[in-house]
Design a protein around this ligand. Structure first.
Ligand code: ASP
Length: 443
């Protein structure tokens, strides 16, 4: 019998009434057997996510020796959830024990992980399911990376025979035996890991939107809904800021060809977006699937005659960045030029100066220039490599909107074209591209 793994995000855990909806969704399909949950998210726009409260707990613990004041807010959230659910469950003892362990462990990751832990305890009580602590089944290697082999084996052994099991997302156990979290939003990754471990027929990711839109709805009014998208396209779009799903959640399921379905807890009848392996993906017929982007990049432009003939040139430049611990997002290059595109937040004042000095010393460039406040915009689609004139349409649309392109990078996947424009032109540029490829009024 096929099984589905369902991950419910923060807004699906926000209060007792939503958790009742979640229970209804799970009960509505007997294949929904393995559930991964996030910490309670915001109930209204200026509410605070439980995970953010927990980071506050850690700060309070570090500065004042305990986390009483901030943890009181976490307590209040969970107490009200249990009240709304009318649950016969001793939440008090679980909260007391959690506060005790937070004070004892004194670890930021441990503290941050408790939102998921507590959510999972509540959902387990609601469903009458088995609770499986992520600490016991998700492992990290000594270099910090996820240990797939060990984790898949442990998860499968812990839950395969269970009719229903609930696991907290976002964390696992590090090589040192201590709780370690993924990056923010990482419960999406946990869900994908569980789906892979049990070879699920689908990984359902339940959130508060009905899937992906062709671009950010805060920029274009009611953009087109994306019904199906390939893993690769999704990776490009979510990496570039389409943040419905953590961009790393694709890796565990991709190897096993498990589709991901994005669904809306608040509108379960909506079709959602299916994310499929390329082998099962039938392009929609649209040349472009979506447009996404991010602001605040810095470009370091390097020019040197005969750069192309100088063996080891790129290696020396990248060595400078590696020494400074700076990662590079893109490296568009020409015969005598190369640009390093870096997230501005990775280059505080001193670091930028050190990187520039290092490059001067390593390769003695003829020109070394820094361009700041750059936004990158990726236009993504399977149809782009095979349809003639796509880039002409893209650049024409940008030119017609009177936007100056500062940088172009066509990924070698032929799946995307990335342009760099001034931060100030970001929204206008997205509207122009959207309008060209989706033929909607945007002005
Ligand atoms: N609760 C964590 C966060 O806020 C992880 C997650 O929600 O996926 O980042």
């Amino acid at each position: 019998m096929s099984v589905k793994v369902c991950k419910f995000g923060g807004t699906s855990m926000a209060d007792g009434n939503v958790i009742k909806k979640v229970a209804g969704i799970i009960d509505g399909d007997s294949e929904r057997r393995y559930i991964v949950v996030s910490a309670p998210g915001k109930r209204y726009s200026d509410d605070i996510k439980v995970t953010d409260l927990l980071y506050k707990c850690h700060n309070e613990l570090t500065s004042e020796g305990d986390c009483k004041k901030s943890f009181a807010l976490v307590r209040a959230r969970f107490n009200s959830i249990v009240r709304e659910l009318e649950l016969d469950f001793d939440m008090q003892s679980v909260l007391d024990e959690t506060e005790r362990r937070i004070n004892e462990e004194k670890s930021e990751d441990f503290t941050a992980s408790r939102g998921e832990y507590l959510s999972a305890r509540v959902v387990t009580a609601v469903l009458g399911a088995k609770f499986v602590d992520a600490e016991e089944v998700i492992f990290f290697k000594d270099n910090g990376s996820f240990d797939g082999e060990k984790s898949y084996r442990a998860i499968s052994a812990a839950i395969s025979g269970e009719r229903r099991a609930v696991l907290p997302g976002f964390y696992g156990r590090g090589w040192d035996g201590k709780v370690k979290t993924f990056s923010r939003g990482g419960s999406d990754i946990s869900g994908a890991i569980v789906a892979r471990a049990v070879n699920a027929s689908v990984y359902e990711n339940w959130t508060d939107v009905s899937g992906f839109m062709a671009c950010d709805p805060r920029i274009v009014d009611s953009p087109r809904h994306i019904k199906t998208i390939s893993y690769k396209e999704l990776r490009e779009l979510s990496y570039m800021g389409a943040n419905v799903l953590h961009s790393d959640s694709i890796f565990p399921v991709r190897r096993a060809n498990i589709p991901i379905k994005i669904k809306n807890t608040f509108r379960p009848e909506d079709e959602g977006t299916s994310i499929l392996p390329s082998s099962r993906y039938v392009p929609s017929g649209n040349v472009v699937t979506g447009v996404a982007g991010k602001k605040n990049f810095t470009v370091i432009f390097i020019e040197k005659s005969h750069m192309n003939a100088e063996i080891g040139f790129v290696c020396k430049v990248l060595g400078v960045l590696a020494n400074e611990g700076v990662s590079v997002e893109h490296i568009p290059s020409g015969i005598d030029t190369m640009s390093l595109v870096i997230e501005s937040s990775a280059l505080c004042e001193d670091k930028l100066t050190r990187v520039l000095d290092g490059i001067k010393e390593a390769v003695a460039p003829d020109v070394l220039r820094v361009i700041e406040n750059i936004a990158l915009i990726a236009t993504v689609g399977h149809g782009m490599s095979s349809s003639v004139g796509t880039s002409a349409r893209l650049f024409q649309a940008i030119a017609s909107a009177d936007i100056n392109i500062k940088m172009i990078d066509q990924g070698s996947s032929e799946l995307n074209i990335i342009v760099g424009v001034c931060n100030d032109d970001y929204e206008k540029c997205i509207r122009a591209i959207y309008s060209e490829f989706f033929k909607r009024e945007y002005r």
